[in-house]
Design a protein around this ligand. Sequence first.
Ligand SMILES: [Zn+2]
Length: 466
Amino acid sequence: MGHIMAMIVTALLLTLPLAAALPSPDIDRPDRWFDDHIYHHHADLTTELQQLASDHPAYASMTSIGTSVRGRELWTMRITDPSYPAEGKARVYIDGEHHGNEYLGGELCILLIHKLLEGTDDPVVQQILRQSIVWITPMLNPDGNARDSRSNFNGIDLNRHYPFEFVPSGSHGDAPAVEPEVAANVAFMEDKDLDLYITMHTGIVRLIHPWSYSEEPPPDQAMYEALREMSEAYGVQYGQASTVLYVAAGTAKDYGYGALGAASFTYEVDDQQTRQISAREDIAVRLGDELDLLMEMLTVAPMMRAKLDAHGLTYSADPSGGLKVNVTLESPTLSPANNTTLPVEVYWGGSLVGNWSTVVDVPAGNTTGASVHLVLDEGDYILRTTVTYPKLLQENATSDELVLGNHEYTVTSSFAGGSGGWGVGLIILLIALGAALLYWAYRKDRWRPGWAYRKVMSLLRPAPGA
Ligand SMILES: [Zn+2]
């Protein structure tokens, strides 16, 4: 008996440290997955990203945006070309594996990280890294990845758990953004002023845009529609999530667009989620077209939201009185700049004394003239002209302001504004009337010396016999 007890104690001592270090098999993925797997687990991902970050210290930095229920780090790689200033760059966020068993969505994120860091001879990669900052979180639900499950460790579907059009239920949770994975993603995304957000899934091949929660078209339907051709050229079906997939509440994509005003997409890659493949190289081959389309999406990221260029700013006296401020507004992107305001602030002696403005719509990729009409009293003024426009039509999208110029302007009398106005107009009118009168008199043969004298005298002394 003593011998058997010793064996049992030894066995317990041997297994205890192991049990403490590794999650038990009934919670996480069965052991066979660890021995012979193709898709990344959290441990593989951690070492691979650490290696990539240390190989490319100038371009890449690796951080954790939070931890899963089971304490796994949510790794994010930030990639950009540091020789171009961060100011003015497009801001792009991509995440994968909200659904822990949709491995190929996460694999596409990892392929993209390799492409951006190891393909820097490629002019397309160079362009993307010059013009944008790209953050990539390949595995948002590492506990689900370990257990081969869609939901997180608490049984919540993380892609129904966002604080936009959230609907409580058993699998959605009682309140949004309570689960640590979504809370971390929301905290990370909310202050990034993102131009583009793409969230990766697997099961069908589709690139889909908001809304998911409603079959109503999104306010920026025209911008989303402008990308259809690009997607379909890669054989990827394109459209609104609620119509080409299904209606779903509280999704990450609707949050990115609806709450943050970023152009947002769900990218469903590969239609054979559960098929096992034999080699790492196969993943790159299998997702080749999907990666190419993703690279194109990144290339056009700076075009997703409205931008305006302004030229030809002029200040001119208006013939009807006052002053006209004219400018030409040009949209170089896929989004119309609707409800663009052109305010002219008028300062006198350093204080704001008036504000005139107009509102115009600038169609995507088009040019529109805008003018503001001001009436000012006598004085020396500074006119400050700006343009303000929403980056997307979605009401929570941020706005941008361009300062067009500060212009000194003097009004010499309240009657004659600036360099003209009514005064000059009246003088011209009087001269013209005088000239017409003289011409009329000449034609009537009455313009002779003494004609006016004789005329007046004839009126005073009526002709005989009258
Ligand atoms: Zn999914």
